[in-house]
Design a protein around this ligand. Structure first.
Ligand code: CAA
Length: 260
């Protein structure tokens, strides 16, 4: 499928998905949200795709938020529906049976930070900047940011970032646990792709189940999470990947996973 606002490039089972509106710092308007939803849905169904790296076009921004020009004109009811659509995009990333790595190359603000937070983890360039400027616009984050950030770094740091609207550096985001690792700008994508390839070399059913256990277990009691994990563990013993992975170990050879 062709997209007006996205670039989709797949090499050796790894897709780089780039939000491509650099003239407005890749701001998310309704069309971009819709296109991201379609693209991610297609990638989820494509068995040849093992991992996705999500980034922004240009050297200035990952995504500088929802499109303020478009939002400034909408009614209260349309804003509710826009927030719900943005949230369903974030939930789709959580539900995907493959990893999505955010490679944050510049500003990740508002809806852009929400998009990065919905990914499975974030790598950042030294030039990346993070924040929720929404209170300065008279609103709040609406694509799940208050919920995902508070769950990731705890309410106190989330309160400080959201209430102040402050923009923080990549190193501060690293120390707060928002990003996993910070790289020089030209190393960001190669490092994200390297990790994506490492994940893609494993059993894809195992990776999908691990994501399922972590994402869904976070919303359960520990007891229920343990039960859910055990059920997924058991199911994996009905797969070819389990036989191949353990067989290859015992035969002292590299596993050739087929995702079945
Ligand atoms: N929406 C629409 N357009 C945007 C935009 C956004 N979120 N962010 C940047 N742009 C546009 C600018 O209007 C500008 O366009 P023009 O050239 O036509 O004027 C272009 O991108 C370049 O931006 P700047 O000239 O402002 O670049 P800068 O380097 O001076 O500043 C910035 C960079 C600090 C990121 C600044 O652009 C900025 O503050 N952007 C808005 C960030 C923001 O408030 N994001 C939150 C949006 S609300 C939201 O996301 C709600 C939600 O949770 C769903």
């Amino acid at each position: 499928m062709n997209y007006n606002n996205l670039l989709v490039e797949t090499t050796d089972g790894i897709t780089t998905l780039t939000v491509n509106r650099p003239q407005v710092l890749n701001a998310l308007n309704g069309d971009v949200v819709r296109e991201l939803e379609c693209a991610l849905y297609e990638l989820d169904l494509d068995v040849t795709v093992k991992a996705v790296v999500l980034t922004g076009a240009g050297d200035k921004a990952f995504v500088a938020g929802a499109d303020i020009k478009e939002m400034s004109e909408i009614s209260s009811f349309d804003a509710l529906s826009f927030a719900r659509r943005g949230q369903s995009l974030m939930k789709l990333i959580n539900k995907m049976g493959k990893p999505v790595i955010a490679a944050v190359n510049g500003y990740a603000l508002g809806g852009g930070l929400e998009l990065a937070l919905a990914c499975d983890f974030i790598y950042a360039s030294e030039k990346a900047k993070f924040g929720f400027p929404e209170v300065g616009l008279g609103v709040i984050p609406g694509f799940g940011g208050t919920q995902n950030l508070a769950r990731l770094i705890g309410p106190n740091k989330a309160n400080e970032l959201v209430f102040s609207g402050r923009i923080i550096s990549a190193s501060k985001a690293l120390s707060w646990g928002i990003v996993n690792e910070v790289f020089q700008a030209d190393e960001l994508l190669p490092k994200a792709l390297e990790t994506a390839r490492e994940i893609a070399s494993k059993g894809s059913l195992g990776v999908a189940s691990a994501k399922d256990a972590i994402v869904n277990g976070m919303n359960m009691s520990k007891e229920d999470g343990f039960r859910y994990e055990a059920a997924l563990f058991g199911v994996l013993f009905a797969t070819g990947d389990q036989r191949e992975g353990m067989g290859a170990f015992l035969e002292k050879r590299a596993a050739q996973f087929k995702g079945n």
